[in-house]
Design a protein around this ligand. Structure first.
Ligand SMILES: [Zn+2]
Length: 384
C-alpha cells in the first residue's frame, strides 16, 4: 500500500542558516497572520469566504509595496505554503473539525514548509532554496521514498527539526488470528486482555518537582527581561524532554500491539474520560491516551490491522467477565473483587475481557451500537 508518512530529524544550522531561517520563519508568520486578518475582515464585512487563490493574489500585490519589499528577501515558496496552511485551518474550521484559526506568536513553535521546487534532495543531502550548504542533519533512521515537501521548524526549546513528507510503499504484516483488548489507565498506561501490563514510566512525576521549581522561578522573573527568556527556555527544554520520552515509550508499545494482533480493541476516549476520576493526573494521561490511539490508528491502517474503538458506555469494570453479573458500584480504589459466581476479578484485567467481548461483537455486526447486544451475547455464551 502507498502511504504518505513523515520522517522527522533534528538538525543543527550554522550561523548563516540560523539567520536565514529566522527571516523565513518571521516572514511566514507575518504572511499567515496578515492573511488571517484579511480573511477575518472579509468575513465580517461581506460575510464572504476568501479563497486561497485570492490571498495568494493579494500577497503578490503586497510584495510590490516598498514597505513590504523585505518579503522578497526570502524564498516565495514557504510563504505560499503558509497561505495553504491557513486555508486548511479554515477548511477544518468550516467543517467543524477545529476551532477558528489563531494568530501565530513569535514565542511559539516556528515553521516553514518547502515544496519540491524549493529544495534539493539527492538521497543523502538536503539543501533549502537560497542556502549555500546542505543542512547538518542528525540521521537516526533512513527512508527510501521521494520527499514531496519538507518542513523545517524551531520549537520553544530552540531545537531545530526537519520533517520530510514521503510517499512510500508499506508492506502489510502477515495475517494472524490474535485479538486483544486494551484498557487505558494511569498506573499502567495499558493493561491487555492477554494479561500484559505496560507500567507507566512516569516521566512527568519524575520531572514534576523540577518542573514546578522552574515554573516558580519563571513566574518571579520580570516580564520582558533577558532572565525571563532564559527561565522560559529551561521550562520549555524540560517539557520537550518529557514529551520525547513519552513518544518513544508509546511508539514501542503501539508497534508491539500492532505486530502481535490482527484486531486491537479499545474504548474511545470520549467514553474513557467520562469514567475516569478527574483528579488523577488527567491532563498527562489524556495526552498519552490520545497519542496512543492516534498511533494505533495509523499503524493499523499501514499494516493491514483493525482498530476497534468502542464508543458506547458499558459497565466494563463492574461487570464480571465470567458470568455477566453487574455490581451496583465499584469505587476506584478497589483493584480486585470476588463475584457471586466465585470468579476472582482483577479490576483492569476483568475490564479488558469485557471489552474484548464487546469489540468482537462490534466487529461481527459492523457497528458500534451493538454494545448491549454484545454483553447479552457474551453472558449467554458464558452461562451455558
Ligand atoms: Zn461472576
Amino acid at each position: 500500500m502507498m502511504i504518505r508518512r513523515a520522517y522527522r530529524y533534528r538538525f543543527y544550522p550554522n550561523q548563516e542558516q540560523r539567520i536565514q531561517l529566522a527571516q523565513t520563519f518571521g516572514s511566514c508568520r507575518f504572511v499567515y497572520n496578515w492573511a488571517l486578518r484579511l480573511r477575518t475582515d472579509a468575513y465580517y464585512r461581506t460575510s464572504q469566504k476568501m479563497s486561497y487563490k485570492e490571498t495568494s493574489n493579494q500577497l503578490t500585490q503586497l510584495k510590490k509595496i516598498p514597505d513590504f519589499s523585505w518579503l522578497k528577501d526570502v524564498t516565495a515558496v514557504p510563504l505560499q505554503q503558509a497561505l495553504r496552511h491557513l486555508n486548511t485551518a479554515f477548511l477544518n474550521f468550516f467543517a467543524g473539525r477545529a476551532k477558528y484559526p489563531r494568530f501565530k506568536k513569535k514565542r511559539n513553535k516556528q515553521s516553514a514548509t518547502y515544496a519540491s521546487n524549493a529544495f534539493k534532495w539527492d538521497g543523502e543531502k538536503l539543501t533549502l532554496a537560497k542556502m549555500k550548504f546542505p543542512l547538518k542533519i542528525k540521521w537516526h533512521r533512513h527512508f527510501t521514498g521521494v520527499p514531496t515537501t519538507v518542513t523545517v521548524s524551531k520549537d520553544s526549546a530552540n531545537r531545530y527539526f526537519v520533517s520530510f513528507s514521503v510517499e512510500e510503499e508499506v508492506e502489510q504484516l502477515p495475517k494472524t488470528d490474535e485479538q486483544v483488548a486494551i484498557d487505558l489507565g494511569i498506573k499502567d498506561v495499558i493493561v491487555s486482555s492477554k494479561g500484559f501490563a505496560s507500567g507507566n514510566p512516569k516521566y512527568y512525576q519524575k520531572y514534576q518537582k523540577k518542573l514546578a521549581k522552574l515554573q516558580k522561578r519563571l513566574a518571579k522573573k520580570q516580564k520582558g527581561s533577558k532572565n525571563r527568556d532564559k527561565a522560559r527556555l529551561k521550562v520549555a527544554k524540560l517539557h520537550a524532554k518529557i514529551a520525547d520520552c513519552r513518544q518513544d515509550f508509546l511508539n514501542k508499545l503501539t508497534i508491539r500491539l500492532i505486530r502481535e494482533n490482527q484486531v486491537v480493541i479499545t474504548e474511545s476516549l470520549a467514553v474513557k474520560n467520562m469514567i475516569k476520576n478527574p483528579k488523577l493526573a488527567k491532563a498527562i494521561a489524556d495526552c498519552a491516551w490520545g497519542e496512543l490511539i492516534r498511533q494505533l490508528d495509523y499503524k493499523a491502517s499501514w499494516y493491514g490491522r483493525i482498530l476497534v474503538q468502542v464508543d458506547r458506555f458499558f459497565p466494563s469494570s463492574k461487570r464480571c467477565h465470567a458470568c455477566g453479573h453487574v455490581l451496583d458500584k465499584l469505587p476506584l480504589e478497589i483493584r480486585e473483587w470476588d463475584c457471586v459466581c466465585g470468579s476472582h476479578n482483577l479490576r483492569d484485567y476483568n475490564a479488558t475481557l469485557n471489552l474484548l467481548a464487546v469489540g468482537r461483537a462490534v466487529l461481527a455486526y459492523g457497528d458500534t451500537s451493538g454494545g448491549d447486544r454484545a454483553l447479552a451475547l457474551s453472558s449467554q455464551v458464558s452461562s451455558k
